[in-house]
Design a protein around this ligand. Structure first.
Ligand SMILES: [Ca+2]
Ligand SMILES: [Ca+2]
Length: 627
């Protein structure tokens, strides 16, 4: 029997011509909890021939079913992998009656990492401090990858804000000490997957895919960032430092030069019910008891822009491809958490299926979704919630736009019932809708928003209040690159203006403007960096801030006081946005102050007596209470 099999395999290897055949996932692992695997095999010739035979060389990998789709360049193969399968190399061979025309492709089941849940795939939680950066715009550590021959966009020009600028993984690696100084534990990079797109017209501008949201091949990391090997090395370096990495996922759409589009497997691979018209961006359609099905369809099937075809996640092949890719990426690179782009435009069941599949293989993985929504009801709806709705989402957390808007209001607006500090109070009271609001990621701005320093009219004292809240409110704090050195700008018919290069990230940048160093910062920029670094450093070892409870008091006369506390520690955050210094009536807060006599400013270290403690005008202080 063995001899016969060997003979057949030899024959296959003679006829094998697999260079023009791609298999996705490109490899897999032995010992996965889910023993099913669905391969998409894609060739530039017809492989879905009549009387097709498809064979696996391994007894551990059974071919359950071979599916054909409209496009004969594709086979979609359902496999069952034995539970006790060892890591191994194998091959698949397939073809019609003429054996001389058969094709053979190599495949591999690798060994899973033993470090999942320990030093990689750790999950991200409220003890972390996330730094969001755009790899193209942070630092250029390798000029040799700035232009990759063969890619459709061969421009790298820092004088053009819509072009690529050459930033890469190596550039980020060169600044790991900087993140340590700042107190950052986790890096969230905007998408790193290949965007082999030409420049496209957006808002009247010719824009490159420098931001990464236009995928063209899920299984390739963009070579301009360092490719698959560069990304693996980058993730390993972060993990060796005890840091974590969050990957940015896009399940809703792909770039229109993705192979899905250039050689589409079937007509129903993409949503076409609305043509290429945009979605309504109204998330209410998912929970509104009075919704029309047309409105829901438009949200799910609308195309963000005409060059981003909307994936039909109701097609099980599409869904499986995306789910397996998420699992593959997590195991391959050791991703600690996922940020999911455009969450509210995706099929609801599909999103739950992705999260379930990830948690099955990686129990500690975390996911937070991005839904730019206008109410806490909407935000809570897309995560594990306490809402009595017919559909229950299962994402662990969400990007918390409501807390963001509330903090912006707190810094900028006059105090009122629902304005200024009143909005923070009111927003937090809405936390009853979340099963665990500590899993939400909170932030002051991001790559799609006006930079927060410009939002507060470049007033560091105002921003300092926001930084205090960001690092002491419940949830996982995230800072956008450059905020710590007061990078500014608003969006003006483009978001490129809020995605400028980090000064000092390029060899040609002036040392006097290198913000990675004290010498390259103004006094205010340095003060901001030092302040954030001190508070983030304190936060790391603060049980009250990272795992404690919250108690807030009704704000009154521009004064807002809240506490974070547990059995070991009590933190009090006092903010006065009024025009006058005031001495609060501390008796009001006895419920939390009882037993404490002194308050230590956690940044300056100054200790004051609680009796007579003043709340300075337009100021906020984080105190640790002492007995
Ligand atoms: Ca580069
Ligand atoms: Ca969609």
């Amino acid at each position: 029997m063995k001899k016969v099999l060997l003979g057949v395999l030899l024959l296959f290897s003679v006829v094998a011509n697999a260079d023009d055949v791609q298999v996705y996932p490109t490899h897999w692992w032995a010992g996965m909890k889910d023993t099913k695997l669905q391969l998409i095999i894609h060739a530039d010739k017809d492989i879905a021939v009549d009387k097709l035979v498809f064979q696996s060389s391994s007894k551990d990998v059974k071919v359950v079913r071979v599916n054909k789709v409209e496009n004969k360049h594709y086979l979609i193969v359902d496999l069952e992998i034995a539970k006790n399968a060892k890591p191994q190399k194998l091959s698949f061979s397939f073809g019609g009656i003429l054996r001389s025309e058969w094709t053979s492709v190599d495949y591999e089941l690798k060994a899973r990492s033993r470090d999942n849940g320990k030093t990689r795939v750790q999950g991200v939680n409220a003890a972390d401090f996330i730094y969001l950066l755009m790899p193209d715009r942070f630092a250029n550590g390798d000029q040799s990858n700035d232009i990759i021959p063969g890619y459709r966009d061969n421009q790298c020009d820092r004088s053009d804000k819509f072009s690529r600028h050459g930033g890469d993984f190596r550039g980020i690696e060169n600044h790991l000490d900087y993140f340590n100084q700042l107190g950052v534990t986790t890096l969230w990079l905007t998408p790193v997957i290949e965007n082999d797109m030409p420049r496209m017209t957006e808002w009247g501008n010719k824009v490159a895919g420098y931001h990464g949201y236009w995928f063209t091949d899920h299984y390739s990391i963009d070579k301009r960032f360092g490719g698959n090997e560069g990304y693996k090395a980058f993730c390993n370096k972060l993990h060796e430092r005890g840091m974590k990495v969050i990957q940015d996922a896009v399940y809703n759409h792909v770039g229109n030069h993705h192979w899905f589009v250039l050689d589409s497997p079937s007509k129903d691979w993409f949503n076409t019910s609305q043509g290429d018209k945009a979605p309504s961006h109204r998330e209410e359609v998912f929970y509104d008891p009075y919704v029309s099905q047309q409105d829901k369809r438009q949200m799910l099937d609308g195309w963000f822009v005409p060059h981003l075809p909307d994936l039909n996640q109701r097609n099980p092949y599409v869904a499986n491809f995306l789910i397996q890719h998420a699992v593959w990426t997590t195991e391959e690179f050791g991703i600690d958490g996922w940020r999911v782009d455009t969450y509210k435009y995706c099929e609801e069941k599909f999103m739950n299926d992705v999260n379930t599949a990830l948690e099955r293989e990686f129990p500690s993985i975390t996911v937070f979704g991005e839904s730019w929504v206008n109410t806490t009801i909407a935000n809570a709806y897309f995560t594990r919630n306490n809402i009595n709705a017919p559909f229950k989402h299962n994402a662990r957390g969400m990007l918390d736009f409501q807390v963001c808007f509330a903090m912006l209001a707190g810094m900028n607006e006059k105090f009122g019932l629902l304005t200024g500090l009143g909005k923070i109070y009111n927003t937090l009271a809405g936390d009853l809708l979340y099963q665990d609001p500590m899993n939400n990621c909170i932030f002051l701005d991001n790559h799609d928003m006006d930079r927060v320093f410009s939002e507060v009219e470049e007033d560091w004292n105002k921003l300092k209040m926001g930084i205090n809240w960001l690092l002491t409110l419940r949830g996982i704090p995230q800072i956008y690159y450059g905020t710590e050195v007061l990078m500014k700008n608003k969006k003006v018919k483009t978001d490129a203006t809020v995605r400028e290069d980090f000064p000092g990230g390029w060899a040609s940048d002036k040392p006097s403007e290198n913000r990675f160093t004290k010498a390259g910062r103004t006094d205010t920029q340095h003060a901001a960096f030092e302040y954030i670094s001190a508070l983030a450093g304190f936060r790391k070892s603060s049980s009250a801030l990272t795992t404690g409870k919250t108690m807030q008091y009704v704000p009154k006369d521009s004064l807002y006081v809240y506490f974070r506390y547990d059995a070991k520690q009590t933190i009090m955050v006092v903010t006065n946005t009024g025009a006058k210094d005031t001495i609060p009536d501390w008796k009001v807060f006895t419920e939390r102050l009882n037993g404490f006599t002194r308050a230590k400013d956690v940044v300056s270290g100054n200790i004051k007596s609680l009796s007579g403690l003043a709340a300075g005008s337009k100021n906020s202080v984080v105190y640790e209470l002492l007995r």
